[in-house]
Ligand binder design. Sequence first.
Ligand code: LCS
Length: 396
Amino acid sequence: MKEHGEISQESLAVHAGVDSNEYLAVVPPIYQTSTFAFDSAEHGASLFSGEREGYIYSRMGNPTVRGLEKCIAALEGGYDGLACGSGMAAIHTTFATLLSGGDHLICSDAVYGPTCTLVETILSRFGVEYTMVDTSNLAAVKEAMRPNTKVVFVETPGNPTLVITDLQAVCSMAHDRGAQVVVDNTFMTPLLQQPFRWGVDVVVHSLTKFLNGHADVVGGVIILKSEQQYAPFRKTLNQLGGVLPPFESFLVHRGIKTLALRMQRHCENAAKVAEFLEQHPAVEWVRYPGLKSHPQHELACRQMTGHGGMISLGLKGGLEAGRKMMNAVKFCGLAVSLGGVESLIQHPASMTHASMGPEARQRANISDGLVRFSVGVENVNDIIADLDQAMAGCAT
Ligand code: LCS
């Protein structure tokens, strides 16, 4: 295999992290083991002291998990990765590595609900100061900066409003003041957005979504740019213990092999669904980064290489109409989560973002009438026909 730099992302998704093995199995085995035997007491001691390399105990590293970590790191153009037990575990491990009591964190206000709650209710108990801001508003980010600001956490596009933050501009502002920028790249995957290209320091993902793509695993990952940066993260993950098990790692690694195909189809389908929704008489507004009506459409075209599979919308009949629509879908599923092959619809104010509370939702522009749609890879005509029939009684 050629060096990663020469290989396209589509090919990396198929090949990266797939190491050779004893029997030259094309798909490496799942090392479903908690621990690894030593040749001798001296061998064990040398592994622990770092004199020799090798596996010791699966919380500290496992070959199946390492394969996945190397694969996603290659796709992001990073140095290495750390697979975590969930997206939230990846975010928590990142904060626990970079922040101490007395430090200040700036966080996008439009983020996955539990990310906001983690900052407001848990980090704050450990003395971390925070400001939630609309990170798409650069003046607001600048104003929020304090001498003790250590981290700017950005989710772009934001869940569920799809607001887009200019990563290059935020990085330059943060780096001027000695702060690091962490980006949650879950909605885009490395196929559609490569945050390191814009100067970002740390990338996190929920693997539960597009990367795995099959709605059968909960997982997360952190990607770092250098060995020096990687070591403290590995230590924190080892101490906190939120690692991804081997079987889940195998499934996600397998899912990633079709990532390029799936993302292409998600983008094509979502563009058609967004256009359909925009002209539907029951729909008041639609947000999709690929629509010209998206307030940051130009930034989306510059910063992202595709517009993704997520759409948010509001119906003219508000929350009641949205409920009617969600209860009427037949082909699409009514469920939280996103990024799987199947189309899913849900209501953030009462579901994924309920934990934030009404004030935080209002600040983040998450209205009660907002309905979120994760566009799957089915035949787009079937998706559109289902939405059309579900909105039949909603037009005002
Ligand atoms: N980051 C983003 C952008 C997310 O959407 C989620 C989960 C997470 C992190 C956390 O990942 P997890 O721990 O669940 O693997 N988002 C969800 C959602 O919108 N519906 O259900 C889960």
